[in-house]
Design a protein around this ligand. Structure first.
Ligand code: CO8
Length: 256
């Protein structure tokens, strides 16, 4: 249900593809377990610098598997913690780019919201239709939408279940760029290549610092950024990057 392949100019980009075409990549327990395992494998493997997460041209993911969820009782989802590991993506320290074509509904939109950068194909459709089936977003939708777009847009999406097209999602700030469907994954990999040219150590530091903006007050975030900035001066990659600039040569990163 998940395929992992190596791509990019330097073969250091992990392309993770959701592959359950019979159900438009609906997120069942098995798929999410496989996704979690693959993400952790890539996270540990130093030869991967950036991750691109995608689905098919028709669907990134049409949400959590409604047929599977229909059978669950409160105890299954609360006491037995049925959804364990569904948020692994949000704990990955390497940059993750979502390349979203087609339907990204419910948990599909929430997976995209867990990624660091969202690129969309022209046919992308985002939304939180949980309200129309008697539940609410459970993978961060009610928390991340208002942090990434306005309260009004977040409420409209989550309360109505209305869908958002790629261009609207870009105007609202959820998506950074929109591409023709067939170019989308290639463009995401090109962006991954540009990120992967930088020191993996410093890239992770930027991600950590930027993410703190969503979890702290401005003052705490500024303090954290200052400390992380200072910490780069203890790294070989900071020394190498600045020396390489002065010596007019390409830097050689060692992630140390
Ligand atoms: N779950 C299960 N099966 C699905 C799902 C889904 N979410 N989406 C599509 N499928 C299946 C269909 O049942 C169909 O199967 P079959 O051929 O066996 O009938 C097949 O995929 C193709 O789908 P359609 O025939 O419906 O294709 P259409 O092109 O006509 O429609 C849509 C595509 C609009 C995407 C439609 O399938 C749809 O509305 N799907 C449901 C979308 C939805 O409501 N998603 C939200 C689910 S709730 C959720 O995500 C909560 C997340 C919280 C997780 C919490 C973790 C802690």
């Amino acid at each position: 249900m998940i395929t992992l392949s190596r791509t990019g100019a330097a073969e250091n980009v992990a392309l993770i593809t959701l592959n359950r075409p019979s159900a438009l990549n609906a997120l069942c327990r098995e798929l999410m377990l496989e996704l979690s395992e693959n993400l952790l494998k890539v996270e540990k493997d130093q030869s991967y610098h950036v991750i691109v997460l995608t689905g098919s041209e028709k669907a990134f993911a049409a949400g959590a598997d409604i047929k599977e969820m229909a059978k669950l009782e409160f105890a299954d989802v609360f006491e037995n913690d049925y959804f364990t590991n569904w948020d692994t993506l949000s704990h990955i320290t390497k940059p993750v780019i979502a390349a979203v074509n087609g339907f990204a509904l419910g948990g599909g939109t929430e997976l995209a919201l867990m990624c660091d950068i969202v690129y969309a194909g022209e046919n992308a459709i985002f939304g939180q239709p949980e309200i129309t089936i008697g539940t609410i977003p459970g993978l961060g939708g009610t928390q991340r939408w208002p942090r990434y777009v306005s309260k009004s847009v977040a409420m409209e999406i989550c309360l109505s279940g209305d869908r958002l097209g790629a261009q609207e999602a870009k105007e609202d700030g959820l998506v950074s760029k929109v591409f023709p469907v067939q170019q989308l994954v290639g463009e995401a990999v090109l962006l991954a290549d540009r990120i992967a040219k930088n020191s993996p150590l410093i890239v992770k530091t930027v991600k950590r610092s930027l993410n703190s903006a969503y979890q702290t007050s401005l003052n705490q975030g500024l303090e954290m950024e200052k400390q992380l900035f200072q910490s780069t001066f203890a790294t070989n990659d900071r020394r190498e990057g600045m020396s390489a600039f002065a010596e007019k040569r390409a830097p050689k990163w060692t992630s140390s």
